[in-house]
Design a protein around this ligand. Sequence first.
Ligand code: HEM
Length: 480
Amino acid sequence: MSSVITPAAAAGTKIRLQCAAAAVTSRFPSRERALARPPDGSALRPVMGNYGFPILGHIMSSLVDPLNFARDRYDRYGPVSWAGGVGFRIVTLMGPEALETVWINKDKAFSSTRGWAPVIGPFFHRGIMLLDFDEHRDHRRIMQQSFTRTALDGYLALMRPGVARTISNWDSAQRFPFYTTVKDLLLDLAAEVFVGATLGAESARLSADFHDTVCGGQAIIRADVPGGTWARGLRARERLERYFGEQLPRRRAGDGTDLFSMLCRSRSDDGERFSDADIVNHMIFLLMAAHDTSAIAISMLVYELGRNTGWQDALRDEALSSDDDPTVDGLQHHPLLDAAFKEILRMYAPAGTLFRQTIKDTVVAGHHIPRRSQVAINVYASMRLADWWPDPDRFDPSRFTGGADATPVHRYAFAPFGGGVHKCIGQQFADMSVKVIMVQLLRRFDWRVRSGYRPRMTWGTGPTPADGLPITLRLRTAGK
Ligand code: HEM
């Protein structure tokens, strides 16, 4: 279960309803049943589960405490189960073996187009993640040209001054709202690095429209009601479409190194390139894919380092001994930062649940999944299973520093960027942005979180801080 039905914006409501939901669900446990009967004569098992509370299903429990809800179901049903929510039945997959099956998609049974459309379709339609099969492959071949090493070097060169400028303007503060602030920083960076927009009014307008588009996809009332979040999101998307459309001819003709310009000029090996409409759709999707995921990762890393100050000190020593003006290559030589970032992705998977729909009957882990099943791939809870990760809720970057011994026992046990043909195209981009920001931050500041502080979390694309993530930030004295 996940935010497919009730999005992040329901956070306030869901917390108020927590007790009520828990009480009601235990008083009215819905009957356990099979999702569908496996074909006669097959040795397949049915997918078991239950609807949950009448109408709402398991919405409340899955949103209030997504992790423990998922782990309870895993303990009860194993890697494949189903649950109900507002008229839907959703099959949830957990654990590396089930994830591998859906990502490898050997029998082409899982459609991303159909899986993602009900979740984010109106706001991000025709984004590459929402394309399927041959069409997806053709688009990916072109898009890949905008993510080569040379292209990444260009993005880093655009990014570095903005990061340095912004972080040098931060000062010591008692309750510095880290998540909110880093989100703004990333939006400004996106305007420069993705869009090639000049900072100021242009980037502020873009950021606002982009913000409204993302919120539209998370609206509680999912209808075009004037003044509502959904309607605001749709209008914002229209403005983004117009903006990118108007800029296109200039970008096609120019030699910019921002992502927008690169997409305009990218060609596959066969010389294919994107149409104008493709570029607009991909740009809007890319902004979304890049933005909140990186903001969550950096924020949760800062939070864990604020609690685990020994690790913070070790990462700072590493940052202080590194090059002041790092390159993409240079950023890779931060083994402790690398391990800590990986550990954060494992603990707080920023793209926590992915969606697919079956377009034919198929099998996962010996279970029969019928055609037209909505499938949620629970990446977040999968990386918190004690079966694969000892003491899974403990922040311990040394899981990723120990060479061969630390290698997980299954290649999909650690999979925050997904797998198969839709695996994140921006993995190196994310790695580079998180590291360039963290190195600057570690060099200039130290920070703590209040003793016993646990951030209130909601659900956006994954677990997301809901309280701005206040930290105590202290400017370091040079040399200390
Ligand atoms: C920590 C940061 C990030 C995480 C954890 C993350 C995670 C993911 C995951 C799990 C998927 C697979 C979706 C699926 O299978 O349905 C994905 C796809 C994608 N990501 Fe990321 N992502 C991150 C940052 C970025 C950045 C920075 C960009 C762009 C610069 C980006 C662009 C994309 C795109 C375009 C796709 C779709 C690829 C396709 O369908 O072929 N992501 N990401």
